[in-house]
Design a protein around this ligand. Structure first.
Ligand SMILES: NC(=O)c1ccc[n+]([C@@H]2O[C@H](COP(=O)([O-])OP(=O)(O)OC[C@H]3O[C@@H](n4cnc5c(N)ncnc54)[C@H](OP(=O)(O)O)[C@@H]3O)[C@@H](O)[C@H]2O)c1
Length: 275
């Protein structure tokens, strides 16, 4: 079972999104003190909005419009969780900020450098299985075909959100690995779906390509990211890595191995941990 600590201070970006809202709910349930910056408070559920452990900062222009000093104030915490993603609209996909995720990670890391905390801050970032580990380790478990490589190359040059996810991983690999004040974890889900949490597995390298992808429930991503914040065992296992997270369909169908999290939901929709 996750070791629950009531004192975790967490700075969360993307809290109004599908994954961010799942992370936020779990962090608050586990007693964390959470600060979020959102563009529109109305996109938060009433239950979340009024939670006594939540500090909400509304900035309609987005957090990237805030000053470096504001970033430096908010990164004084135990963990930063970044669940941002380009909205699936014309403006979200083709407008500014074009490097929403990569620029945010850079601003956060620059701010942490200035603050120079005594212990490294956890930086937990959402990414995608469409992006390979910059150290090439994914090739141990995945050989992409020519067709898939062509599609990914096309996406890199034509889809801002994909290029942004690539830049984010490259930044984490090249810069944050050498930053003494930050440890990171870049979580890579498969095709995202909504629904109640199930068992899931977590792998050091990619288990499938984009043409034979699995699924990953946003609730499972939320659970894993919250575990990274509150469970030191989970964090120590996955820090400075790029885990691929996949749903387990049924126990019989899980031939993939990896680290399994047993997490089922009862009929009333309340989550129930098996261990
Ligand atoms: N779709 C997939 O199958 C898939 C698979 C693997 C990985 N991923 C990755 O996972 C990411 C997150 O997924 P999700 O389902 O949680 O996404 P989502 O529901 O669209 O959430 C995106 C979050 O980012 C915020 N955001 C967007 N543009 C912003 C801006 N300019 N400034 C500040 N905040 C901004 C949104 O805020 P607002 O509420 O204000 O819009 C929202 O909180 C995806 O974007 C992608 O990179 C996706």
């Amino acid at each position: 079972m996750a070791s629950i600590a009531t004192t975790h201070k967490v700075f969360l970006l993307g809290a109004t999104g599908g994954i961010g809202s799942q992370v936020l709910k779990r962090l608050l349930d586990r007693g964390c003190k959470v600060t979020i910056i959102v563009r529109n408070t109305e996109r938060l559920s009433t239950e979340m909005k009024d939670h006594p452990s939540l500090t909400v900062i509304e900035e309609p222009s987005g957090h990237l419009s805030l000053t470096d000093e504001t970033f430096q104030k908010h990164v004084q915490c135990d963990a930063i969780v970044q669940c941002l993603g380009h909205n699936l609209s014309f403006k979200g996909l083709f407008g500014h900020p074009r490097r929403l995720c990569a620029d945010t990670v850079k601003r956060l890391c620059d701010a942490v450098m200035v603050v120079a905390p005594r212990n490294p801050i956890k930086l937990i970032v959402i990414n995608t299985e469409g992006v390979e580990r910059p150290d090439g380790e994914d090739r141990k478990t995945l050989r992409r075909g020519c067709c898939e490589l062509c599609v990914l190359c096309f996406l890199k040059y034509c889809l801002l959100s994909h290029a942004d996810n690539i830049d984010t991983l490259v930044y984490l690999h090249n810069e944050v690995q050498n930053n003494p004040y930050v440890d990171f974890c870049a979580v890579r889900p498969s095709d995202l779906i909504d629904g109640l949490p199930t068992e899931f597995t977590v792998h050091e390298t990619l288990q499938n390509g984009i043409f034979n992808s699995g699924t990953t429930l946003r609730s499972n991503v939320g659970e894993f990211m919250a575990n990274l914040v509150t469970d030191s065992g989970v964090w120590n296992k996955w820090k400075n890595t790029y885990p691929h997270i996949l749903d387990v369909k049924t126990a019989e169908h899980d031939h993939r191995g990896g680290t399994t999290n047993s997490n089922t939901a009862d009929d009333a929709g309340n989550e129930k941990k098996d261990r």
